[in-house]
Design a protein around this ligand. Structure first.
Ligand code: MG
Length: 163
């Protein structure tokens, strides 16, 4: 690493409702309930986007992609992640590694983690070894534990490239 390291943090929560796909990290998971939301509701990618923007002090997801704006209705959050990747690159930053945690009662995300990591690595253009994704349950407690919500947290380390 030749530049200055900067860290960012992101968090997101989405309500789980019947009749919506459950999308996490750009991957469709088998589930009878999915995230409610203006976009595809991918809480994991939304937390990650905020972590990346936060590391670069470039605002937040709601500022860049306002919910209610027709151009973002139902949009795949991978498209938003790619836009953020380009945005931070244009500002002179490069992602080094990310670490994400998803709290979801069911289904367990563990079997899907390899595919989620590959998807994020591909979208960010960094090695899969630099992407960590971990699943937790709510232990039956609170909105996550009762299966009413999915929550996600992410931290991202970026390098500020010398100009
Ligand atoms: Mg969100």
């Amino acid at each position: 690493m030749s530049g200055v390291a900067r860290i960012g943090h992101g968090w997101d929560v989405h309500r789980l409702v019947a009749g919506r796909p459950l999308v996490l990290g750009g991957v469709d998971l088998p589930s009878d309930r999915g995230e409610d939301g203006f976009s595809d509701g991918d809480a994991l990618l939304h937390a990650l986007i905020d972590a990346l923007l936060g590391a670069c002090a470039l605002g937040d997801i709601g500022g860049h992609f306002p919910p209610g704006s027709e151009e973002f209705r139902g949009i795949c959050s991978r498209v938003l992640l790619a836009k953020v990747r380009d945005l931070i690159a244009a500002a002179g930053f490069r992602p080094l590694n990310v670490d994400c945690t998803v709290a979801l009662e069911r289904p367990r995300i563990f079997p899907h983690v390899p595919r989620i990591r590959r998807t994020i690595a591909e979208d960010l253009g960094i090695p899969v070894e630099s992407i960590s994704v971990k699943g937790k349950t709510g232990e039956g407690l609170g909105p996550v534990g009762e299966g009413l919500a999915v929550e996600a947290w992410a931290v991202a380390l970026v390098e500020e490239l010398p100009r």
